[in-house]
Design a protein around this ligand. Structure first.
Ligand code: HEM
Length: 550
């Protein structure tokens, strides 16, 4: 300790001495001038964005960074749009300008019309690559087009319709587990909804993506579920902001995903919050290992019983099948997806498809718990259908109009992916503002979905009946309700997610009543990439059948 402080003192004295020399004074003067230019002069007097309204450069060094990472995701942005309108300029660290857009015109330009000029920024792709594999979420341009084309058949409506039946084995497991807990607790029980929803959606996605039975609902020590649980618990705004900063360092992303990086991950401990980063690298290594094992088993399985191949509906079987067909057609081709790339795709589906849907289910139950009238109306709609068949197919789920209103409204007020980010790949006008190349653009989905200009004064309230009323003249079906965004990067799993959420809510509402866990309960989101509830979302759960039989 003494040695370290001695070294620091010597270094400081040495630096002071250098600064008193002529070249030293010149370098330090230039650095100071550059600093003042970057954090004050440029954004205040020179930037093309200087006249865009916003909260202003309150703190030239920190900007609005602390506000954004300390408050609940998107809430400060929503307040800014109320004061400043549909386009807002705010600041990241060291005077870095950020701009946010919520108008349909801006969203159309960035996500649909000129999507190639507004890619996900490199730091975001690196973060997503680390936590969700280098798949659809990270590639861009032609590579993305090709990959998306290869993946689309796995998400075709006919395939999804066939998969709906697969959800129910897992949903029924959860219903039985909850019933058992309620029996032991004599009928009423506080249940942490989010962890259970996470296990359920993990089991469902593993089954539908890999044809693999994870059974994390039953197996509390399941390796994959444990790794994902740890990974998700690291997802705070602060951690993500720090990760974004590290990911901007050259070579850092490569280090975190390489075998060498994994073996030497202890080095990360010396960074601020490095312990979390080390755990993150460790979790992803374990998840990758399990995914590789699943792929090996799948390839062996399909080669041992090739006649089964046509009957398999999971995404990985479809990919292996497509690869085999391509190789049969053209045995010398090198243009087929490799095992490593296949693992990355599957990792992407696992990550993108399980935590998001779990958040959606948890928030829907929370909103219903707070709105007993809507919950009652939903149960009335569901009960006769459930009595006739507790495993309704895709079309039957789709025909339940109040269920549809509830899910739409939940995804509107509390979208599981609350925001996304793009980078201006060229200098161009967006919604009347000249946005310089390289500007980071925020699309706060949660703010878009609750914009009063479109949704009226009660825009932030959960009111499912609004979906049965005529929409305002400013409502745009593509850009006013934006939980899955739009355009070539729109969520490929949208239809799957909605039908999965419907199937889960259907079965849970048919069997249980949900209320807040205690009076005055407030639910907050703790995360940034997805809306993970802060406290696991405890709710008071009562069994419906038990009540009726009493
Ligand atoms: C309620 C659940 C879900 C929500 C709210 C959601 C939302 C989103 C959003 C907003 C994006 C765009 C992200 C961006 O561009 O920055 C996205 C992309 C994506 N989602 Fe989902 N998602 C959900 C479920 C799923 C499921 C179940 C899967 C797959 C099984 C999935 C797979 C993907 C993939 C692969 C992408 C990247 C698409 C591309 O860039 O081509 N998502 N999702």
């Amino acid at each position: 300790m003494r040695t370290t402080s001695n070294i620091l003192v010597i270094a400081f004295n040495y630096a002071c001495e250098i600064m008193t020399t002529y070249p030293g004074r010149t370098v330090s003067g230039l650095t100071a001038a550059l600093f003042v230019y970057r954090i004050f002069l440029y954004p205040t007097f020179l930037s093309p964005l200087r006249n865009v309204p916003g909260p202003g450069l309150q703190n030239p060094v920190l900007g609005q960074y602390l506000t954004v990472i300390q408050e609940e995701v998107c809430i400060p942005m929503r307040e800014w749009t109320k004061v400043h309108g549909r386009t807002v300029r705010y600041f990241g660290l060291f005077g870095k300008e950020r701009i946010l857009f919520i108008s349909p015109e801006a969203l159309h330009q960035m996500f649909v019309q000129e999507w190639l000029s507004y890619p996900r920024p490199a730091f975001l792709r690196n973060i997503l690559g680390l936590v969700a594999g280098y798949g659809l979420l990270t590639v861009t341009g032609d590579e993305h087009k090709q990959l998306r084309k290869a993946m689309n058949p796995a998400f075709s409506l006919s395939n999804l319709m066939a998969q709906t039946e697969m959800y129910y084995d897992h949903i029924e497991s959860l219903v039985e587990i909850l019933k058992e807990q309620l029996r032991n607790a004599s009928g009423e029980h506080i249940v942490p909804i989010y962890p259970w929803a996470g296990k359920l959606t993990l089991d469902i996605i593993c089954d539908t993506a890999f044809g693999y039975k994870t059974r994390s609902l039953h197996d509390t020590d399941n390796e994959l579920a444990t790794a994902y649980h740890q990974l998700v618990s690291l997802q705070s705004l602060r951690n993500i902001a720090q990760l974004a900063a590290f990911m901007s360092l050259p070579g850092f992303a490569k280090f975190t995903t390489s075998e060498w990086g994994y073996r030497n991950r202890r080095i990360l401990r010396f960074l601020p919050s490095g312990g979390s980063l080390e755990l993150l690298v460790d979790c992803m290594h374990r998840i990758r290992g399990i995914s590789a094992q699943m792929l090996r088993e799948k390839i062996v399985d399909l080669s041992v019983s090739p006649h089964d191949i046509g009957t398999k509906k999971d995404i990985m079987s479809l990919l292996v099948q497509a690869r085999q067909a391509e190789l049969e057609l053209n045995p010398t081709t090198t243009d087929v997806i490799s095992d490593k790339a296949m693992i990355d795709q599957i990792l992407t589906f696992l990550s993108a498809g399980h935590e998001t849907t779990a958040s959606g289910i948890s928030w829907t139950l929370w909103l219903l718990a707070k709105d007993p009238e809507s919950q009652h109306r939903l149960r009335e709609e569901i009960a006769p259908v459930y009595a006739a068949n507790p495993r309704p197919d895709y079309r039957t789920l789709k025909s339940l109009s109040w269920l549809d209103c509830v899910i739409n409204e939940s995804l509107r007020v509390l979208p599981p992916v609350p925001l996304t980010i793009r980078e201006a790949g060229k200098t161009a006008y967006v919604d009347g503002v000249l946005v310089p190349k390289g500007t980071i653009i925020t699309c706060p989905i949660r703010v878009v979905n609750t914009w009063k200009h479109v949704w009226g004064e009660d825009a932030e309230d959960f009111r499912p009946s609004r979906w049965l009323e005529p929409m305002s003249k400013d409502y745009n079906p593509t850009y006013s309700h934006f939980p899955f965004i739009a355009g070539p990067h729109a969520c490929i799993g949208k239809t799957m997610a909605v039908s999965e959420m419907k199937a889960v809510i259907f079965a849970l509402i048919a069997n249980f009543e949900f209320e807040p866990a205690y009076e005055g309960q407030i639910a907050r989101s703790a995360a940034a990439i997805t809306m993970k509830p802060e406290d696991g979302m405890p709710l008071r759960v009562t069994a419906i059948c038990r009540r009726e039989s009493e």
